[in-house]
Design a protein around this ligand. Structure first.
Ligand code: PLP
Length: 353
């Protein structure tokens, strides 16, 4: 099939770029002696997770039980869930999942620890739990190395769970603070005779600064498979590294300087990049700015463009945030040049936590 045979809007993945992104990062991890545990929230597609593992990833990361269940159904067997699991329904699902894959999870408080411990002890299982630490991102996570080790100690005194190490999602633009935090937590662990076998860190913004410093054992990049304008802004990717584009049609040219695309917030996602930067980069009209998104309309300012698109013309838009685009679509199309080579249902889109 040719790209022209696809109706719009459609999400295209340039296979040459994607494969290069995957191979380059895996080679980098191998050279550093870091385990690669890619976060599958970016693609939510079992075939792509299997490709990552086939290239050398140790296992995968999921943010939700729903994602993990879909991946387990597809044969992925080493899964870390990086989100606190709370409530009887989720705990029952976690137990069922742990019976069929090597599951580990995170925890940053005693309520979560208590729930995991009770559910897994009752099931006669032992679950690996990483203490989530906040090393500057200002999200989940215990706030100091001393608190992290105190929680680790309490985890190791509970039945049904095992303290397995630490997990952090580092703040953008600061690699030193997480390393110092983790190194201090590990030193405190050693002093107390606690073993932290896994120290899991990293994302795509800090991809090329990854290292084992601070005792890090594994890195969990997600977006690196496709990349997007956010990663270009963070300096971890260039336009040439962006594998995902949204194929769209110009449906109206109401004025000389305005075009309307058939991709709005329900296909391009509305994550902002900053004032004046718009909602995506149009490959054939790089000076165009996608000013505004309604649900199905993308309003484009052409005032700075030399050429202008015709009504009916198709354009490819590099999105601001690839992970959210994936979650909006039923399938992604793998293309090589103009040829469509693959289509993947986004099997783990939506779903409960
Ligand atoms: C817990 C966790 N790990 C890893 C990642 C990696 O994602 P990215 O590649 O987008 O930085 C994220 C992203 O939000 C995350 O929340």
């Amino acid at each position: 099939m040719h790209i022209n045979d696809l109706d719009t809007p459609a999400v295209l993945i340039d296979l040459d770029i994607m494969e290069r992104n995957l191979r380059r990062w895996q080679a980098h991890c191998d050279a550093l002696g870091l385990a690669n545990r890619p976060h599958i929230k970016t693609h939510k597609i079992p075939e792509l997770a299997r490709l990552q593992v086939g290239l050398g990833a140790k296992g995968i990361t999921c943010q939700k039980l729903g994602e993990a269940e879909v991946m387990a159904d597809a044969g992925l067997d080493d899964i870390l869930i990086t989100f606190n699991l709370i409530g009887a329904a989720k705990l029952a699902r976690a137990v069922a999942l742990a019976r069929r894959v090597r599951l580990s999870v995170v925890c940053d408080n005693d309520v979560v620890a208590e729930g995991l411990s009770a559910a897994f002890a009752a099931a006669g299982l032992r679950l690996d739990v990483l203490v989530e630490v906040d090393t500057g991102a200002g999200r989940n996570g215990v706030q100091t190395p001393a608190e992290a080790v105190a929680l680790a100690e309490r985890l190791s005194n509970r039945s049904g769970i095992r303290f397995a190490g630490f997990m952090t999602y580092p703040p953008k633009g600061d690699v030193e603070r997480p390393r110092a935090f983790l190194a201090e937590a590990l030193a405190l662990c050693r002093a107390k005779g606690l073993e932290a076998a896994v120290v899991s860190s990293g994302g795509t913004p800090d991809l090329w600064q990854a290292s084992r410093e601070g005792g890090v054992t594994e890195h969990r990049a997600g977006t690196y498979i496709f990349n997007d304008r956010m990663q270009m802004q963070a300096g971890s990717a260039s336009l040439d590294d962006c594998a995902m584009t949204v194929l769209a049609t110009v449906v109206s040219r109401p004025t000389h300087d305005r075009a309307i695309l058939d991709c709005g917030s329900k296909s391009l996602a509305a994550d902002p990049l900053g004032p004046g930067l718009g909602h995506g980069h149009i490959l054939t009209y790089p000076e165009a700015v996608i000013l505004r998104l309604n649900e199905e309309h993308g309003t484009v300012d052409l005032s700075r463009c030399i050429g202008r698109p015709e009504i009916g013309e198709r354009v490819r838009v590099v999105p601001n945030h690839a992970c959210v685009v994936t979650n909006l679509h039923d399938r992604l199309w793998g293309v090589r040049g103009e040829r469509v080579e693959a289509q993947w249902p986004v099997a783990a889109r939506g779903l409960t936590g």
